[in-house]
Design a protein around this ligand. Sequence first.
Ligand code: ADE
Ligand code: ZN
Ligand code: ZN
Length: 344
Amino acid sequence: MLRKSIAVFLAFLAICPASLGWGHEGHQIIATVAEDHLDETTKVMIQSLLGNNHLYSIASWADDIRRERRETAPWHYVDIPLGGRYDARRDCAPPESCVVLKINEFLRVLTDKNATRDQRAEALKFVVHFVGDIHQPLHAVKEAKGGNGVHVRFLGNDKCGWYECNLHGVWDTSMILHAGLNRPEYSQHLEALISGEKLTGSDSGTPEQWANDSQQLAAAAWVPDGANLDDQYCQREIKIVDMQMALAGLRLARLLNDSIGKMTPRDFANTPQSYTPTQAASSPAPSTQSANSASVVKVWVNPRSMVYHCPGTQWYGTTKNGEYMAEDDARKKGYHPAGGRECR
Ligand code: ADE
Ligand code: ZN
Ligand code: ZN
């Protein structure tokens, strides 16, 4: 019995770091930063696509579906030769394409009034993920599959979680995990960096420029096969990781504010599919959050009729008089749901 409990405990210890989400942390942190910088209208539009799911909860969806949808694998990176510059014909040719073109492509779907709600929701999930990927320096390098083939030791260890350490994985996850912060703590740490360095994300960069910047950072951080990435390396390069994640969050927020944030709810109301709150999301909001998320649903209230409308319905944001309001607040102020049905 005791032996069995020890075995279970040891198995738990071994699984634990992996179950924290290898590869997921960076994407979730970036999405959290982005969410903090979204305009109100952008938030309403996102809610109409994702229901009450936070942006961070869908940030790794593109990695989760990579196996079933093999054609999407090359969309996560761009293979620029070390020391070179992005060349669309060489680095992003069809049929594989690459992360630079996919960001632009999915931004177009996101704002396409003829696209279905499902197509837009999927486009949003790809954009959130790929803006993160393009800021990971090794995702913009051709050599050794972006450093996946460069074996390294990290702080004296051969193993990074379950796997042999490689340069790419150290940048994807090991340095982030080594910081020992959870998602809210890490995003706060990046917010401090953003205000300290006065970062804005409104630097009018394009995915092509972001890829070139990433490639340059990767060239500076490149090491030969068999290198030991020591504490000095980690302390120096975690600053680059942090800066890149902060910029990715800010730039993602700007892309969304400048695209769906400029659309009207009518554009969404007209999409062919009918709306159900969690239909488009990869995972429904946990039930423990329901008390919270109830107040998150923004409805459109019409003070003339004292009726309110749910996201995605015909009159959402379209009546002559009205404003957005949390559903709970609308109820408290005496508004009634159109058709007698609550939104949540
Ligand atoms: N596979 C090939 N090149 C890659 C890169 N730069 N990043 C991730 N995976 C890759
Ligand atoms: Zn990815
Ligand atoms: Zn990666």
